[in-house]
Design a protein around this ligand. Sequence first.
Ligand SMILES: NC(=O)c1ccc[n+]([C@@H]2O[C@H](COP(=O)([O-])OP(=O)(O)OC[C@H]3O[C@@H](n4cnc5c(N)ncnc54)[C@H](O)[C@@H]3O)[C@@H](O)[C@H]2O)c1
Length: 334
Amino acid sequence: MRLSHRKTQQQVNLTKRILITGGAGFIGGHIAELLLTQGHQVVAVDNLATGKQQNVPDGAQLVIGDVSDSVVLESIFETGIDAVMHIAGQASISLSFANPAADLNTNTLGTIRVLQACLKHKVPRLLFASSMTIYGANPVTPTPETEPANPISYYAITKYAAERYVHATALRPDLDFNFNVTSFRMFNVYGPRQSLTNSYQGVFAIFVGNVLRGEPIRIYSDGEQARDFVHVTDVARAWVTALDNPSSYGQVINLGTGQPTSVNELADLVLAAFGHTRDTYPVEYRTAQAGDMRVSAADIHLAQSLLGWSPQVAVNDGMAETIAWARQISQSIK
Ligand SMILES: NC(=O)c1ccc[n+]([C@@H]2O[C@H](COP(=O)([O-])OP(=O)(O)OC[C@H]3O[C@@H](n4cnc5c(N)ncnc54)[C@H](O)[C@@H]3O)[C@@H](O)[C@H]2O)c1
């Protein structure tokens, strides 16, 4: 393997040069930050569709490019990559219905391109950002990984296809190297640096952004649909813990808290932080959106047993911290 940076033998054993696709995004930026604190080298590739350069921490290299472009990927992989965290994705359910081809291109074809580059360069490790949406209209909650996939949004279909490409590739009998993969089916990730201005993804950040700008909160359906909110630092810790942990090889692992919060409860929590209630602030109820799941909550026993991982940030604390961050940055840009 070629390494473009000179390392001592001890560093070669302990630290890795890691490619994070989508490294300028919300989750990718947090994972990059944690990897750097552990001494790893980080290369981010991102087309800045929703990501921001400022999400890429100091010390990481950013290559601006599309994950479905094999020329861009080749220029990175030929510098020597020890592991890939494949996080780039079109993450909005509503945009997946508005532009299915773009969703398929980024989420599924982009994953195939990353896999092809891994095979060509015999990269031994890949971790993939899968999604709880693949469970779809599944009545079993908390949902264990053994429940069948039943995706009901175009987004979930492209994510599930990508996840299956990842695991089917790792099992190919014709590979002449060990290709160890792990997928994380992440539930609703929230925390500082989630976009407050992207009205297509991240219901908590959307509500916070709405209230900061004095806009009405829009709730689709009756608001009793529930989501499992997990803090981004807990998620980043799971990814980094799994990196060198053989017990996670070949596994699909839920990352959530197991605690569902309804969208009405979420709106109440956000409004209360700003001194409002649903009676004192404009809240509009609209018809349900395509692909919307009714209840989602993770069974997290597998993450606990394989990684010794459990979420450490209580939802109320994490949301209060995130709202404080959002207030601060909205003050600083006024
Ligand atoms: N946030 C969640 O709750 C959640 C839950 C489950 C899965 N996921 C998945 O995790 C990943 C990260 O989500 P996020 O919340 O950080 O969203 P995000 O939009 O902040 O991050 C996605 C990143 O991918 C980049 N990107 C998009 N298309 C690209 C392309 N074609 N080429 C290169 N880069 C591209 C974007 O610019 C962005 O930086 C996504 O794949 C998403 O589907 C997110």
